[in-house]
Design a binder for this molecule. Structure first.
Ligand code: PDD
Length: 277
């Protein structure tokens, strides 16, 4: 059963409960996290909660619950839902108050949904996806997991409506990340990804994959690279909580050479990591 939480109680996921004066609704004034549940267990939950705390600090938002209380609440919701393969979405906003741009003195608001995990298309996992390169029109604090996702939404829509699966952002000629994923490139056996600066979201899957690559003794370079470098890649892939490790077959109609041994090893290693967790 898919369920939600708002105003301090578990509710039906289709309930109409968000007050019109909610700042998340009016300004996108808040932050969020998406956590995957595999076999009934929250995966990399401490890492996600740590990032939630960092996002909150960056926008001067106090969390309504401690990280331990948040974890207990998610566990409670999960057991109520009885879902084994799920996605937990938590959103924290600056609260409910008459609309003013400056901060109101009201408590922050927590909402949560627990839904069945979206299935990953096995063909895409094996044969790869196609991506569209687009200008990164976002702001300067992309490390914050902010509710304001308009540039990401517009980019993803452009990618999908042109027959692609993901948009990859270019900022000042350099590749940053995907509209809802991080990007990796393999060239001459070395794994490249953009450094964890304020230009990208510091993906939890990205960190896990970097650790898995280190365990395989793969050389890693967290450096900025341009479009030309991406197009000359031996392999490329995206990572996120929802798509895990997904190979890229085509970039703006340019096909990458096959096979993709490092990508496929890391895809397998990531799967083992959550199966064993
Ligand atoms: N998106 N970069 C962006 C812009 C993202 O929105 C996401 C995740 C990632 C990958 O982060 P992680 O590995 O922690 O999921 C990178 C989530 C899944 C979402 O918005 O649904």
């Amino acid at each position: 059963m898919e369920i939600a939480y708002y105003g301090g109680e578990f509710i039906d996921i289709n309930s109409k409960v968000i007050p019109i004066q909610e700042r998340g609704h009016q300004f996108g004034d808040g932050i969020y996290e998406v956590i995957r549940v595999y076999n009934g267990k929250l995966f990399l939950v401490d890492e996600h909660l740590h990032r939630l705390e960092k996002s909150a600090e960056a926008i001067f938002l106090s969390l309504p619950l401690s990280l331990d209380e948040l974890k207990s609440l998610m566990t409670e919701g999960l057991s109520k839902s009885q879902l084994k393969e799920a996605e937990v979405y938590i959103q924290i906003t600056r609260g409910i108050a008459p609309r003013t741009h400056y901060f109101p003195e009201v408590p922050s608001q927590l909402s949560m949904t627990i839904k069945a995990a979206r299935a990953i298309d096995p063909t895409k996992h094996k044969n790869g996806i196609s991506v569209l390169l687009l200008e990164d029109e976002r702001w300067k604090n992309c490390f914050i997991k902010s509710l304001n996702l308009l540039p990401n939404v517009l980019a993803k829509q452009k990618a999908i409506s042109s027959g692609n699966d993901e948009a990859i952002f270019i900022k000042d000629g350099l590749i940053t990340e995907g509209s809802s994923s991080n990007l990796f490139v393999v060239k001459d056996g070395i794994l490249y990804t953009a450094p964890a600066t304020n230009k990208i979201l510091h993906g939890i899957t990205r960190s896990a994959v970097l650790q898995l690559a280190a365990k395989r003794d793969i050389d890693i370079k967290e450096v900025e690279f341009d479009v030309e470098f991406l197009l000359q890649a031996d392999e490329a892939f995206i990572t996120s909580t929802s798509v895990e490790v997904q190979p890229i077959a085509k970039i703006d109609q340019h096909s990458l050479p096959t096979p993709w041994p490092i990508t496929m090893h890391l895809q397998e290693d990531y799967k083992k990591l959550y199966i064993q967790s």
